[in-house]
Design a binder for this molecule. Structure first.
Ligand code: FES
Ligand code: FES
Length: 863
């Protein structure tokens, strides 16, 4: 590519010519910061994720790597300018397939796929995977992405779209929107003093009472507004970070109120407008907020029936709310009619009579419109730009345990466009732009001292550094029967240790926050799972009243349990307060790896005793460090003990999708397989004979039948099964692997899932598929590497994640139990993947691996 002289250099982007900056300027930076074309995303900065993909002369290019000079005179196309027939077909097809969750990878996917289809209009599935391999989807939507690309190519003609209604999610920031600023946050204001009608106009409000909120685990509340036009707007304090609980909430409200889901808007994650909620984690959206929304919707329905009955002079039993109206034998009163001229606030208590399943309107499959994800119109916090906004940079230690020792303040003197901010151990810069900020950071040349512990064996370290329990790491012990006697008297005794490493969340959008002060009030846009906790932590750290802080969670590029707490929000707020202007802080990938927290490493000891008939006499599982999640034991055993011992972790650790349940299931389900082998039984039959939980036994039978389970597999082909019981959901995972001396490959995964009442089948299937892909990463290759206790993994290129090439044949079987409460779907589907892979590998090779990740362990053993 040629580099023209400076004076004549222009850059053509989406059909328009722009004066080009310095030839060494990164294309991504020019597009985002100068042209506000934010469809190209920052994901890694090193050519490892594809989030920044644009087309240069029709070829896909990592804009984080290419310089403006390298582009030369070729035309750049970003997602904002991608309007070719192929690009439009892709956007349609990918949206119809529901091929996204958070949507952060979606623009890059469209552009790379359009380059493929322009050159090869009818690619095979293998060619799609190969061509797309440079682009990562951390949400794991590879199956749907592949299907969407093939669909756009005309290679598939599925009927999915015709059977699927679409609806537009109304999330925080869209409607009623941040443009409205109440005098005080609604959750800190008594219902009668809230500015409902200034926000929403006339109508009827139904709001949860304190008793209803207390009755919901996690104190979830809900409120719902019915407008004179019949529009319904529901508010709750959960957030949607890609899991699409928004659509499930919409469906629940629509069903309970008996209205079309298209009439229901949902507002989430705005602390000024939404009810308090502890946070969106542990698969609590449906049990907490879903239940609160159902109760409030039922309360509103009862109110409407009573009002209509009074208007018609009929007793309540003579009218019925149905299909957007209250009906009697001879009259119909639309909901909107009943709300006209009203300014009523109905406070709803717990125990509302919900509609019987037979009376719920079947809404049909709802798939939210995801077109805005594929068109680049979905804007994340890191995409936000405000007039006069500054860029914030913070000095973070290069590795956990390091401490800032000194900076060269004098070197900053005279540098234009940067301001140093120091308070309470915090050191950051406010800069006019990123280039000035980076120059300022280099000038400060921060020096660090390490305070990290030094050790060579993580397992030994965790065993010998017990910690006092606290937070999620509360000590846990559950025991029944005489364990030691059972072990002593067993015909066969079994002991084994299973381990899992620290792993990282790696949301494709690294942490970002935009803070601004206005007349003493702070507003922070941040991708977090805990907006109310962030508000409280900001108030404490900044010495402010919570009522003067608003936290808004808009579209967020993934979280997976990794975006709790106020870290980046507080950094942006401190810098904004010091600089007196809006400040955006967007962490680098390195900061995301080293300044967040990790999934805890696990050391798990299992002891078991079998009777002479192979029956389980005793079973003990002791988890050191990872946590108590998933320690429940679904099998029959005369004696059992399940215990969690917290450790002092050498690295920061915390919440993660399914947290310890993955490691605990890996240990238990691997051990059960080993016990079946000792007893000379087929592992699936062995489980069936021991299972105590009826729903799980039925699910296992269903999975085995669908999978085509065989007792013995061929050489090099192995089948494995594992199951899980967690957070009210039940899961069975069946896996087929192919192995040889080079390694092994997961060829097929079937997940059978029972989450009780299925509120939104398509969203649950999408979550199961994504959770399976994420779990395959942890099972096969994800690992934070340590050397003498120091974290070595700091870049995406050093951390292997699931990609298109890792996609197995992925099947999902969902068991609907309308009579059971809805459990979440984001976490439990992943817990049985790793043991099912390990068990399949044992079936194929006779090799039993007890340490995650399995692929390097396999190579060590075989090679
Ligand atoms: Fe450019 Fe990851 S490849 S941001
Ligand atoms: Fe692909 Fe989230 S949808 S990264």
């Amino acid at each position: 590519m040629s580099v023209p002289a400076r004076a004549e250099r222009t850059l053509k982007v989406n059909g328009e010519s722009h004066v080009a900056p310095e030839a060494s300027t990164r294309l991504l930076s020019f597009l985002r910061d100068e042209l506000s074309l934010t469809g190209a995303k920052f994901g890694c900065g090193e050519g490892s994720c594809g989030a920044c993909t644009v087309l240069v002369g029709g070829r896909p290019v990592f804009s984080c790597q290419a310089t403006v000079g390298e582009v030369g005179e070729e035309e750049v196309t970003t997602i904002e300018g991608a309007d070719s027939p192929v690009a439009r077909a892709l956007q349609e097809a990918l949206a119809a397939e529901g091929a996204s969750q958070c949507g952060y990878c979606s623009p890059g996917m469209v552009l790379r796929a359009s380059a493929l289809l322009e050159g090869k209009p009818r690619p095979s599935e293998a060619e799609v995977r190969e061509a797309m391999s440079a682009n990562l989807c951390r949400c794991g939507c590879y199956k749907r992405l592949t299907a969407g690309i093939l669909r756009a190519a005309g290679a598939t003609a599925t009927a999915t779209a015709t059977a699927t209604a679409t609806a537009t999610n109304r999330v925080a920031g869209e409607t009623p929107g941040e443009g409205f600023r109440p005098a005080r946050p609604f959750d800190l204001t008594p219902p009668e003093e809230r500015q409902w009608f200034e926000l929403l106009g006339d109508g009827i409000i139904a709001t949860s009472s304190p008793a209803l909120e207390a009755a919901s685990a996690g104190r979830s509340g809900a409120w719902i507004h019915l407008s004179p036009s019949g529009e319904v707007t529901a508010f709750c304090g959960k957030v949607d970070v890609g899991q699409d609980n928004t659509t499930a909430f919409r469906l629940l409200v629509a069903e309970e109120l008996s209205v079309d889901p298209g009439q229901v808007g949902v507002v989430l994650g705005d602390t000024d407008l939404c009810p308090y909620d502890m946070g969106t984690f542990a698969s609590r959206s449906m049990p907490d907020a879903g239940e609160a929304l159902c109760q409030v919707a039922a309360g509103l329905r009862h109110h409407l029936e009573a009002k209509a009955g009074a208007r018609l002079g009929l007793p309540a039993r003579a009218v019925q709310a149905r299909e957007g109206a209250v009906r009697s034998d001879g009259a119909v009163l639309d909901y909107g009619e009943l709300a006209t001229g009203a300014r009523v606030v109905e406070v709803v208590g717990p125990g509302q009579r919900l509609l019987a399943p037979s009376r719920r309107l079947p809404a049909g499959p709802i798939r939210p419109s995801r077109r805005e994800a594929f068109s680049g119109a979905r804007r994340f916090v890191s995409d936000m730009r405000l007039p006069g906004m500054a860029i914030g940079l913070v000095i973070h230690p290069p590795a956990p345990g390091d401490k800032l020792a000194r900076i060269d303040r004098a070197a900053l003197a005279g540098m234009a466009g940067v301001q140093l901010v120091e308070e309470e151990g915090f050191v950051g810069l406010v800069a006019d732009d990123l280039a000035a900020g980076l120059a300022g950071l280099r000038a400060l040349s921060p020096q660090f001292e390490t305070g990290a512990p030094s050790f060579s064996d993580l397992e030994e370290y965790l065993r010998h550094h017990p910690a006092e329990p606290g937070g999620w790491a509360g000590r846990f012990e559950e025991a029944s029967g005489e364990l030691d006697e059972g072990l002593a008297g067993a015909s066969f005794r079994f002991e084994a240790t299973y381990t899992a490493p620290f792993i990282a969340h790696v949301p494709l959008e690294t942490r970002a926050a935009l803070a601004r002060f206005d007349r003493g009030r702070l507003t922070v846009h941040v991708g977090t799972q805990t907006p109310f906790r962030v508000r409280a932590e900001l108030a404490e750290a900044l010495g402010m009243d919570e009522a003067d802080i608003r936290v808004i969670v808009g579209p967020t590029g993934g979280a997976f349990g990794g975006k709790h707490g106020s870290d980046v929000a507080l950094e942006a707020a401190r810098l904004s307060r010091a600089a007196g202007r809006a400040v955006l802080v967007h962490w680098t990938r390195r900061e995301e790896f080293t300044s967040g927290y990790l999934r805890p490493a696990a050391v798990i000891d299992v002891r078991a005793g079998l009777g002479s008939d192979g029956a389980l006499a005793s079973f003990e599982l002791v988890d050191t460090n990872a946590g108590a999640a998933g320690l429940s034991f679904p099998y029959r055993a005369a004696a059992r003990r399940l215990r969690f011992q917290p450790s002092t972790s050498p690295l920061p650790q915390g919440s993660y999708r399914a947290l310890a349940a993955t490691a605990n299931h890996f240990a238990r389900e691997s051990a059960i397989d080993e016990l079946a082998a000792i007893a000379g039984k087929d592992p699936a039959s062995y489980r069936l004979a021991l299972l105590e939980d009826r729903r799980l036994a039925e699910l296992l039978e269903l999975a085995l039948e669908r999978f085509g389970w065989q007792e013995k597999s061929s050489e090099e082909r192995g089948l494995g099964v594992a199951l899980g019981l967690e957070k009210g959901g039940r899961v069975v995972t069946c896996v087929e692997v192919r192995s040889d001396r080079e390694g092994f490959r997961v060829a097929r995964v079937l997940t059978a899932y029972d989450c009780g009442r299925l509120v939104n089948r398509d969203a649950v299937a999408n979550q199961v598929e994504g959770a399976t892909m994420m779990a395959l990463g942890g099972a096969l290759f994800e690992e934070i590497c340590l050397r003498q206790g120091r974290q070595q993994t700091t870049r995406l290129s050093e951390y292997r994640l699931p990609r298109f090439e890792d996609l197995p044949a992925l099947e999902v079987e969902l068991l609907d139990r309308p009579e059971e409460p809805a459990a979440g779907a984001g976490e439990t589907p992943m817990v049985a993947v790793a043991p099912a892979v390990a068990n399949a590998l044992f079936d194929a090779s006779g090799l039993r691996l007890r340490s995650l990740p399995l692929l390097p362990a396999y190579r060590r053993e075989v090679g």
